[in-house]
Design a protein around this ligand. Structure first.
Ligand SMILES: [Zn+2]
Length: 373
């Protein structure tokens, strides 16, 4: 049963909640916040009848989920998918499936830890303690982000310093790989990419695989296991590169959001201390990430530089993609001005990041970016 000591020590209180307590304590708004944190931007909420409808993220990767067939029934506290899954699932199970589809497999216990943070009344008092950790608080603090687990740096010692030819070929400079603490695991044949939070603490390690069978299984990028530990972390509560580029963002008052770690490192090679690119490690961004840029790093403009998901900008596919980017930006227009990179002149190939074709092409695209009004 839920007791009343949350005022005394919210963290202790949170830790004391059983999975059933967590589900019982969720409000409809908590569930909405939970979905938004996953990057879901279309949510229909019926407060009177106590249900909520969202795209089927239970069986589609987030950027492909469009059909509004996933329901949350608040009196039963359960999700139900009316298409492919055709079954009910708990909020934990939904999160587990979501993570696995988006290439971040976790177990149910980790899912519980994640959902636990959305029990709003309990979390309300929690941020105070975190404010001390983050030493950038001339900016208003209103992030309700749970502190991710911090790992020991020694984990990286299993990898050697090696500048993989594939990455050199892609334009990442050796000194930049060193600066981002990139290692290579001979045993696993993969690049180790440490992820740090804004304070420079290690919160996860992703691997870039080179083994044929891993590539065939679609595991080109996935969390790394070293010993018994899987170095996983909730990607949506961080931005890759924020620790290295917070000063560049502050100086330029702007930040660029890209999809992949590689683009962050290429940008660093271009602009050094003025580099201001961070990666959302997916194709969506959410309010936590926007808050991180505006409230902590002082960005007043945010430039969306996602991969080119179209061959020609005049096609219906491109138009649809463009609408999606604009709508995502408009949600946060009161926090910053937004613009996005758009390839009118076909200087990029399909699937390219705007950083993939060299500095000159990037600067051309950057100058011609489209403002969101
Ligand atoms: Zn489903």
């Amino acid at each position: 049963m839920i007791t009343n000591f949350q005022n005394a020590d919210p963290e202790l209180f949170l830790a004391s909640l059983s999975p059933k307590d967590i589900v019982d304590s969720l409000t409809l708004n908590d569930v909405k916040n939970f979905l938004e944190s996953l990057g879901v931007d279309q949510i229909v909420m019926n407060e009177e009848k106590e249900y909520l409808i969202c795209p089927t993220i239970c069986h589609n990767p987030i950027h492909e989920a469009e059909s509004m067939k996933l329901y949350w029934y608040h009196n039963h506290k359960i999700f139900r998918c009316y298409t492919e899954c055709n079954e009910t699932m708990s909020i934990f199970e939904l999160y587990r499936r979501y993570m696995s589809i988006n290439e971040y497999p976790i177990d149910l216990e980790e899912a519980e830890t994640y959902v636990r943070q959305f029990v709003a009344h309990a979390v309300l008092a929690a941020p105070r303690q975190r404010e001390k950790e983050i030493n950038l608080s001339q900016y208003k603090y209103d992030l309700n982000i749970p502190a991710p687990k911090v790992y020991n740096e020694n984990a990286l010692d299993c990898g050697i310093i090696y500048h993989h030819p594939a990455w050199l070929h892609d334009g990442i400079k050796p000194e930049v790989m060193n600066e981002f603490n990139i290692r290579f695991s001979i045993a696993q044949n993969k690049m180790l990419i440490p992820h740090y939070n804004i304070n420079g603490q290690l919160i996860g390690i992703r691997g870039r695989a080179f083994e044929e069978d891993e590539l065939e299984q679609g595991r080109k990028y996935s969390p790394v296991q070293i010993g018994n530990t899987l170095y996983t972390h909730p990607l949506q509560f961080n931005l890759y590169g924020i620790d290295k580029h917070k000063e560049g963002i502050e100086k330029r008052r702007s930040a660029i959001i890209v999809e992949a770690e590689k683009s962050v490192m290429i940008d660093h090679g271009f602009y050094g201390e003025y580099a201001n690119t961070v990666a959302c490690c997916g194709s969506t961004f959410n309010k936590y990430q926007i808050n991180l840029l505006t409230n902590f790093c002082g960005a007043s403009e945010i430039i969306i530089a996602l991969d080119k998901e179209y061959e020609d900008w005049r096609t219906e596919k491109a138009r649809k993609y463009r609408r999606k980017i604009e709508e995502a930006c408009k949600k946060y227009r009161y926090q910053a001005s937004f613009s996005y990179i758009w390839d009118y002149d076909n200087v990029l190939k399909e699937k390219d990041s705007p950083f993939d074709r060299g500095q000159e092409i990037f600067e051309y695209l950057y100058k011609n970016r489209v403002k969101v009004r």
